[in-house]
Design a binder for this molecule. Structure first.
Ligand code: MF3
Ligand code: CO
Ligand code: CO
Length: 264
C-alpha cells in the first residue's frame, strides 16, 4: 500500500497548487452576476489557470468530464457541467469547484457565491454549510479520527434541520486527484482511521435544505437533490500538521484565525 504521508518536497508542491486553486476562486468572484453563463465562467477560469498560472485544470477530460471547472447551481449538489445555455439569474446560488495541477500536484477547493440578491433560506444554508467545514477543520490534528470529522459535520447540519449528502465525499489528494482515504461527511466519534501529520485530503460537505437523497442526471455527471430543494458545498484541501491543520487552499477573504488558537 502506498503511504498516505507526504514528503516535505510533496508538501511544498501541494502548498503551491493549493494557493493557485484558491486564487482562481478569488479571481472569478467579480464575474459571478446575473446574465453570465456558467460556460463563460468556465472559460475565464480555464484561461486564467492555463495562461496566467501556467497550470492545468484537473477536471478537463478527467474520466470524460468535458469542462475545466464544476458549476453547481441551486438544486445541483455537485459536478454541474458549465453550459452556454445556463444563464445565472438574480437569486441563484452557485458552487464553483476548482482543481488545478501544478508541478504534478493537485489543489482542490470550492466556494458558494450568491448571484445578486438571495433568500433567507439560501443564506442560512450557505452559512451553515461553511460552518460545517470550519468545525471539521478545527478538529483536524494527529489522533483525530475520520469518524470525528464526519460526526461534527452531520451534527451541525442536522441540528439546523438540514441533511448531509452520503454518496459523495472528501478524499485524499496529492499527485493523484482522488486517493485514499475517503472522507465521509457523517460518522461516529472515535471510529475510522486516525489522522497523522503529513496527510493531505479534502473536506467538502454537501448539505441539502431538504432530504439527503440524490439523483444523477443522464449526462452522467450532474448530481441533483431528489426533491429539487437547494444544496450547498464548500471545500478545502488541507495538510495535517504536528499541532493541527494547515489549510492549503485558504483565501484572503476568509478568517481562519480560529484554527491558530486551536493549534496553540
Ligand atoms: N473537484 C471535485 C472534487 O471536489 C471533483 C470534480 S471531478 C470532475 O472532488 F470530473 F467532475 F471534475
Ligand atoms: Co475534492
Ligand atoms: Co473539488
Amino acid at each position: 500500500m502506498t503511504t498516505l504521508i507526504k514528503t516535505a518536497d510533496e508538501i511544498a508542491k501541494m502548498r503551491v497548487a493549493g494557493r493557485l486553486a484558491a486564487e482562481v476562486l478569488t479571481m472569478i468572484g467579480a464575474h459571478v452576476k446575473p446574465g453570465v453563463t456558467t460556460d463563460e465562467l468556465n472559460q475565464i477560469c480555464h484561461d486564467y489557470i492555463v495562461n496566467v498560472q501556467h497550470a492545468t485544470p484537473a477536471p478537463l477530460n478527467y474520466r470524460g468530464f468535458p469542462k475545466s471547472i464544476c458549476t453547481s447551481v441551486n438544486h445541483v449538489i455537485c459536478h454541474g457541467i458549465p453550459a452556454e445555455k445556463k444563464v445565472l439569474k438574480d437569486g441563484d446560488i452557485i458552487n464553483i469547484d476548482v482543481t488545478v495541477i501544478k508541478d504534478g500536484y493537485h489543489g482542490d477547493t470550492s466556494k458558494m457565491f450568491f448571484v445578486g440578491s438571495s433568500s433567507v433560506l439560501a443564506e442560512r444554508l450557505v452559512k451553515v454549510t461553511q460552518e460545517c467545514l470550519y468545525k471539521a477543520l478545527a478538529l483536524v490534528k494527529p489522533g483525530c479520527t475520520l469518524g470525528d470529522i464526519g460526526h461534527v459535520i452531520a451534527q451541525h447540519a442536522q441540528g439546523q434541520r438540514f441533511s448531509v449528502v452520503r454518496e459523495y465525499c472528501g478524499h485524499g489528494i496529492g499527485a493523484v486527484f482522488h486517493e485514499e482515504p475517503q472522507i465521509l461527511h457523517y460518522g461516529q466519534p472515535g471510529t475510522g482511521m486516525a489522522l497523522q501529520a503529513g496527510m493531505t485530503f479534502t473536506i467538502e460537505p454537501m448539505i441539502n435544505a431538504g432530504t439527503h437523497h440524490t439523483k444523477l442526471l443522464p449526462d452522467g455527471w450532474t448530481v441533483v437533490t431528489k426533491d429539487h430543494k437547494l444544496s450547498a458545498q464548500w471545500e478545502h484541501t488541507l495538510l495535517v500538521t504536528e499541532t493541527g491543520v494547515e489549510v492549503l487552499t485558504a483565501r484572503p477573504d476568509e478568517d481562519l484565525s480560529f484554527l491558530i488558537e486551536h493549534a496553540a
